[in-house]
Design a protein around this ligand. Structure first.
Ligand SMILES: [Zn+2]
Ligand SMILES: [Zn+2]
Length: 453
């Protein structure tokens, strides 16, 4: 019996391409008491493999948390596999608004201790005694009630670019930090205030609402399906969005615009901006907010030190990285002494939004030099993947590439990820066949260039 993946991501991309099916990206979670998570995990894997379901799923004694994709025609079949479990009868499957057939290239079902890291001991309280779920309209009504305290259950870098009007946005790095802080701050209002909470997809509030009820809060409410579902309902029912700015998401886009309000600022110059980026220095990769003009000035780096590093030859950079744990740095998420405009906030300070009209992008013309690299061999339309032969010079992740052809025109991309022989690689050399995702179509024999400065 086949209990684990055997295909590489690249092989999978080809199969998806060849199958020519539309896939749906969806997410769901459920808290439950699962006796044997390993058996549950194996059963799910066996049920989902024949459906060509792909994704990243966590199961634990406390339940299941899934982000996955499935061929549109197998959506109902997938639902049936869930309905087979009592605790998932009638479960809401959040289907993503934007369709991306390649959102997942593997089926990974992992057994974990928790489905969300909350730092709580399950035995100390009843995690199934949750707050009252509110839909968008009821949530809006509850927001305008003066007796309501609204709390953002997400982390500082998430609420920084978008949140509900009047929300308390704790300055925390993790969900587990926020629970005791909020409890202490609101200790005197356990009976007289409505505690209204929200998060990205609803899962953190499930745990948080049970926690606050256990701690004696009388009136606990949560946004059903989180900001994602709220946005969908707002659009469908023509309601006014009380969420302002951008919803931080964990895929490559790093944020989905909900309203035109820009409530954050560039961490380097203080200009209104809500674009999250990762520092271009591989060894740093810090997540922070950077405006276009700082991006240009700082070569997409967070600090002068990082600018110096990225100008070193690749071998030297790699030598510097050797043995360095970069995990801690990445997860500082915007907290660095080099960033003058990343505000350390009081934990319970209310953020007052600054209304500005959408920023216009000013792009300076620059004289560019191009070096020929190779050409397009194939374009997998459904997958949105281009295959290139590397003929005259190597390239590496971070390079700016230009693809030129009579129909394609001129398309510029920053190389964020590429594959050679089924492996994600940092560099590819002459003779390689390289594939990369492209959100536009290229044609066979289009030419590939690298920008040099
Ligand atoms: Zn700036
Ligand atoms: Zn950096």
């Amino acid at each position: 019996m086949q209990l684990y993946n055997t295909l590489s991501a690249e092989e999978r991309a080809l199969l998806i391409e060849q199958a020519g099916q539309n896939r749906l990206t969806l997410s769901f979670y459920a808290y439950a008491k699962i006796q044997d998570p390993q058996q549950f995990r194996d059963d799910l894997f066996l049920a989902w493999s024949p459906l060509n379901a792909l994704g990243r799923i966590y199961v634990a004694n406390e339940g299941i948390n899934a982000q996955m994709s499935v061929p549109a025609e197998d959506f109902e079949a997938l639902r049936q596999t869930l309905e087979a479990y009592d605790f998932m009868k009638g479960i809401r499957l959040n289907v993503a608004v934007e369709h991306d057939d390649m959102s997942f290239l593997k089926l990974t079902v992992k057994v974990r201790r928790k489905i969300v890291a909350d730092g709580l001991k399950d035995s100390s309280f009843d995690a199934t005694n949750i707050g009252i779920h509110l839909k968008a309209k009821a949530f809006n009504d509850m927001l305008s009630n003066p007796n309501t305290v609204v709390i953002d259950m997400r982390n500082h870098y998430e609420s920084e670019i978008g949140h509900f009007e009047g929300a308390i946005t704790p300055d925390v790095d993790t969900f587990r930090e926020s629970l005791p802080i909020i409890e202490a701050q609101l200790a005197e209002h356990k009976a007289d205030k409505n505690l209204l909470m929200y998060c990205t997809g609803g899962i953190r509030c499930e745990k948080a609402s049970a926690f606050f009820k256990h701690k004696g809060f009388q009136n606990v409410y949560q946004l059903e399906g989180g900001i994602i579902e709220y946005t969908r309902q707002i659009k469908e029912e023509g309601l006014q969005s009380k969420f302002i700015g951008k919803n931080f998401v964990f895929d490559h886009r790093l944020g989905e615009r909900i309203t035109d309000d820009i409530i954050a600022q560039c961490h380097q110059c203080g200009a209104p901006c809500d674009t999250h980026v990762n520092c271009a220095n591989e060894a740093c990769h810090l997540l922070f907010i950077q405006c276009d003009s700082c991006a240009e000035k700082m070569h997409h780096c967070c600090s002068d030190e990082c600018v110096a590093v990225i100008q070193l030859p690749e071998e030297e950079q790699r030598a510097l990285r050797r043995g360095v744990q970069k995990g801690n740095l990445i997860f500082k998420k915007g907290k660095s002494a080099a960033l003058k405009f990343k505000n350390e906030r009081n934990v319970f300070e209310e953020i007052v939004p600054v209304k500005v009209s959408a920023v216009t992008k000013i792009r300076k013309k620059r004289i560019e030099k191009r070096k020929p690299i190779g050409k397009v061999e194939h374009y997998f339309t459904k997958a949105g993947v281009g295959q290139f032969s590397i003929d005259s010079d190597g390239i590496k992740v971070g390079d700016t590439l230009v693809i030129v052809g009579p129909t394609t025109g001129e398309q510029k991309v920053i190389l964020e990820r590429m594959m050679v022989n089924g492996q994600a690689v940092q560099e590819s050399a002459i003779g390689d066949k390289m594939t990369m995702s492209l959100d536009f179509r290229v044609r066979k024999s289009d030419l590939l260039f690298k920008l040099i400065e």
